[in-house]
Design a protein around this ligand. Sequence first.
Ligand code: C2E
Ligand code: MG
Ligand code: MG
Ligand code: MG
Length: 276
Amino acid sequence: RVKDLGKNGHAFYDPSMHDALHQNVALEQHLRRALERNELEMYYQPQIDAASGRIIGAEALMRWNHPVRGLIMPGEFLPFAEESGLIVPISEWMIDTLCRDMAHWGTDGADPLTLSLNLSPHYLDHSKFFETMRNALQRYDIGPGRIAVEITENICIRNPQYAIEQLKKLGQLGVSVAIDDFGTGYSSLAYLHRFPIHTIKIDQSFVQQISDEDGHYPVVLAIISISRGLNLDLVAEGVETEVQARYLRAHGCSTMQGFLFHRPMPLGGFVNVLNS
Ligand code: C2E
Ligand code: MG
Ligand code: MG
Ligand code: MG
């Protein structure tokens, strides 16, 4: 931890390090209590089929309803959960909550919706991860193909062989794998085709560069072309404008997600959207 503080710009004899250390200890206690007191909540952001405009699934995104500070976004507390090891109980809570919530996603005979969840590399490495996932799928009777796990490219680089094995185990449970934020990490194209993945998600930073329907956005086009070449599904995230949606659709992106369609929302809101 001290080393990490160093990385974050605190020198060893900087008095502010004491504050940071205290803040970290306090945050760890607060986060532990948040889990016990049910202050964490999963939000859902619909994923849209580009051709029909229909909702075909949702990505689950974590929020912390802090009693004093209000809604806290995952970028503010998940890095800390990873550093402190709390990511393990938090991920277990998340998997159970998501599988339970899915029982409320009635779709009246339409194709069942899929759920995408973000998995921390620290948790994918954890020995109980596979068992937790299998038990939750069984307990809530979730059929194969309904869950996709999103991981970032970097996970595949650290120990590719191990990552391949873990992802294959997920595949045996009927869980598919998406590479999140594609294009922003250290993706090795040499490895990508060996990974048992099904989907890549274009990072929102590339999507948001699209400002002109007739413009030329080579990175977006390159990612679309990689997905085709490797026969992977493609999801664009962070779609905020009609122009972006039209450009992506015109170039063959099949699934979209973003504020243009829906913001992430609590389970109740998501169910209302499905039924409206
Ligand atoms: P991500 O998985 O890449 O999620 C996409 C982020 O973009 C989400 O931020 C989402 O709210 C936001 N977003 C969606 N549509 C738009 C849009 O049109 N415009 C803009 N500007 N933003 C949009 P959020 O919810 O703050 O999550 C941030 C990151 O935290 C996620 O990035 C993911 O890496 C991580 N995360 C979120 N929930 C979980 C979780 O349950 N477990 C783990 N391990 N990580 C999570
Ligand atoms: Mg994601
Ligand atoms: Mg992403
Ligand atoms: Mg992201």
